[in-house]
Design a protein around this ligand. Sequence first.
Ligand code: GAR
Length: 209
Amino acid sequence: KRRVAILISGRGSNMSALIEAASEVDFPAEIVVVISNRSDALGLEKARTSGIPTLTIESKPFGKDRAAFEAVLQTTLDQHKIDLICLAGFMRLFTAGFVQRWYGRMLNIHPSLLPSFPGLEPQAQALRAGVKISGATVHFVIPETDAGPILMQGAVAVRDDDTPETLAARILAVEHRIYPEALRLVAADQIRLDGDICKAAGGKGSDAI
Ligand code: GAR
């Protein structure tokens, strides 16, 4: 099985979805450790309750020295013999060097249909743009924020009376469905990269409304 580290900064609901999926005997990845860059992340307690080891590497003391934070993180990942990283609400940017080191082995989830609405508050961005469909995207991480080869997407309808919160809740349900599925495909080597495009080696690669 592929050895996975989940990186979180907060609530950890996607982390919980990944942990639950990986608890199935035939899942091709195991969650070895959950790492938070904040000691107050709510997800840490959830991970412990699920019996997953947790670690905090506080990023704040490193200030703008991203490379120094990443050096500690890399040492931790090496110690745990990690094959794949899943970012799950991890709200800290990486240097290009760290990202390149993990290219094709680091996944992220973002609550919009990328390349639309990267960055902060994507649900509010979607409402401001007046789109009628939004969703969630799982992608490989590249140095550019909320971009990179798309592994899987799921769509939801945007309603006229949606607030950022109601839209976020509808998208979150999709996130919890597609993130484990995307991890399963990557861990099982059922994805190949064709240039900057992910293609499924067999089976479906995306998910329609
Ligand atoms: C999720 O909606 C995730 O897609 C988003 O943060 C939330 C974390 O929730 N990530 C980003 O916006 C990354 N740019 P969670 O901690 O409950 O999984």
